[in-house]
Design a protein around this ligand. Sequence first.
Ligand code: APR
Length: 255
Amino acid sequence: MQDDLLAAGRLLREGRILAFTGAGISTESGIPDFRGPDGVWTRLDPADFHISRFVADPEIRKRGWALHQQGQLWGARSQVRPNRGHLALVDLWREGRLVGCVTQNIDGLHQAAGLPDEAVAELHGNTRRARCLRCEQTWPTETVLEWVDAGAADPSCPNCGGIVKTATVMFGEMLPQREMERAWEMASTASAVLAIGSTLSVWPAAEIPARLAADGRPLVIVNQGPTEMDHVATIRLEGAAGVILPRLVEIAEGM
Ligand code: APR
């Protein structure tokens, strides 16, 4: 492990790194992942999180807004804070070693840790904003939660009466085109990929590390448990992101 840490630290020092993050980087902030041992999908049915269900069933919408209203679902009122893994990536950014962070997470913790908006591509959207599914008008999620506080359990768009939803990507929805373009722009300038806390099992997001690895750029995986790209990893570091990333940054900066 120590040799791998040193080798990965050398890569971080010499290179321009693309960070690719998943739910595992946020578990140490108290947010459950999806496919880990006690992940969300071990308790809930992903089918309930398909856009068709959300549009068809007002009870699913009301349940979601009530959870956001109570500060659950990592939304506008959530109290979760970044952890040492998020902060380590900010160090890499400030040292000029990170070309950017492509994240599948919707929790906004990379920005809360200190990465500027231009450094983060949120492929699955985020819970900070909400939008009308009909006229595409958007608001801060907190604004919509004030409508919920005032009694609108299933708030509709004041502009056109359409269904309102947080700006996250549900199963069955297209990924935000602009975020994908930004992610590929970052990837095009990266000399290596650091994949953190992801099973690398969900496409099209996973195409980014897969394509860079296929192009021969080193892929460093930091994860607890197996991922679907272990077989193409240059270096694989098993363990907690909040422990490994700060050590990697120390090595990169100390060399
Ligand atoms: N440090 C490192 N790895 C961790 C940690 C940690 N502290 N905690 C959990 N992990 C690992 C888990 O064991 C798991 O292998 O992180 C991985 C998280 O993988 P997933 O739960 O599949 O999450 P992710 O890859 O982000 O899922 C991608 O799937 O359901 C959709 O939209 C959802 O964005 C999500 C996408």
